[in-house]
Design a protein around this ligand. Sequence first.
Ligand SMILES: *Cc1c(COP(=O)(O)O)cnc(C)c1O
Length: 378
Amino acid sequence: MASEPVPVMTVRYSPLEQQFADVDEVFDELKALVRSTDFTLGKVVGEFEEMFAAAVGSKYAIGVGSGTDALKIPLKALGIGPGDEVITAANTFYATAGAIAETGARIVFVDCDDTFGIDPDLIEAAITPRTKAIMPVHLAGDMANMTRIAEIAEKHGLKVVEDACQSLLAKEAGRPAGTWGIAGGFSMHPLKIINVWGDAGIIVTDDPEMDRMCRLLRNHGLRNRDEMEILGYNTRLDSVQAVVGKWIVAKVEDIVAGRIRNAARYDAGFADIPEITIPVRRAAKSADERAVYLNYVVFAERRDELLAHCRAHGIDAKVHYPIALYRQDALRHLGYEAGAFPITDRHCETMISFPADQHLLPDEIDYLIGVVRGFYAR
Ligand SMILES: *Cc1c(COP(=O)(O)O)cnc(C)c1O
């Protein structure tokens, strides 16, 4: 058991090469798009939006230029701006904070719990008269505790805009990520659950006024060709990316099923390694709950040494994220002291991420588990 497996393999992190190995169909549709010159909010954008809304189970979907804009635009649609506060999780990707900051509102961090979601027990203490919204983040493919967050928001009259960029098709109590709040934002950046050939984002909502406002805001606030109703942005979903989006969203159930299958194989392989702790997963307990494993994340003792060991053995493991967002230089002005979010800090020191994507092979997972086992057996 202690011996490390030979021969050495390499385990890559990104599946993009395999994902896009055979895309003749996409090229055919791109040719048709170029011939049609329907480049700006063309027919294909509407078709993709309909497919995405159907996949997530929302009434409306609005394509925008990035996942970051898929968070910023709904906040702007709610009228959130300078003087307001938006509560979010201390352990998230830069873009969550960036999207809130772009509205002019103040970012208010709350620590997470061991499920990676914002700790619902700590939210109420962060609410002030200036709080307008909560932006829970569904990290790494799991769900934040939306049942509790929705109750708290309701009690305090706050809006919820979900950062669902990492958790397409995750669900809690049968209800998908992005459909709990007034709106949810998704990214189709090359590292997310579905990926296009560059940047793209999409907002989902069931609210007709939110839908209308997001459509205005993404396109200069234009009501029609000649009338500008409000000040907006240029953050339209590119028609070229919508072609790729249509092709890939049709495969999303298989993509997610592959990730869940891979995570189960990791779980079984890591279960008896005492130095590895498999996180509590909120959304993996019943048929109504689903985690989708954007990354396969565990807590590891001697994490940095394990990371170096994996890399030396050809495994491109990663850390999401090594520096807590609240400790980044860019957010020093918020005034948070080191140690303000102890669970987030602990996660930054102990989390390690392995690939879980649908193209990963069982042999690669078994090799990786063997390398981790070998490290702790030394
Ligand atoms: C990727 C990501 C975003 C932003 O997406 P982009 O498409 O890169 O702008 C926002 N929040 C989280 C949690 C993300 O992982």
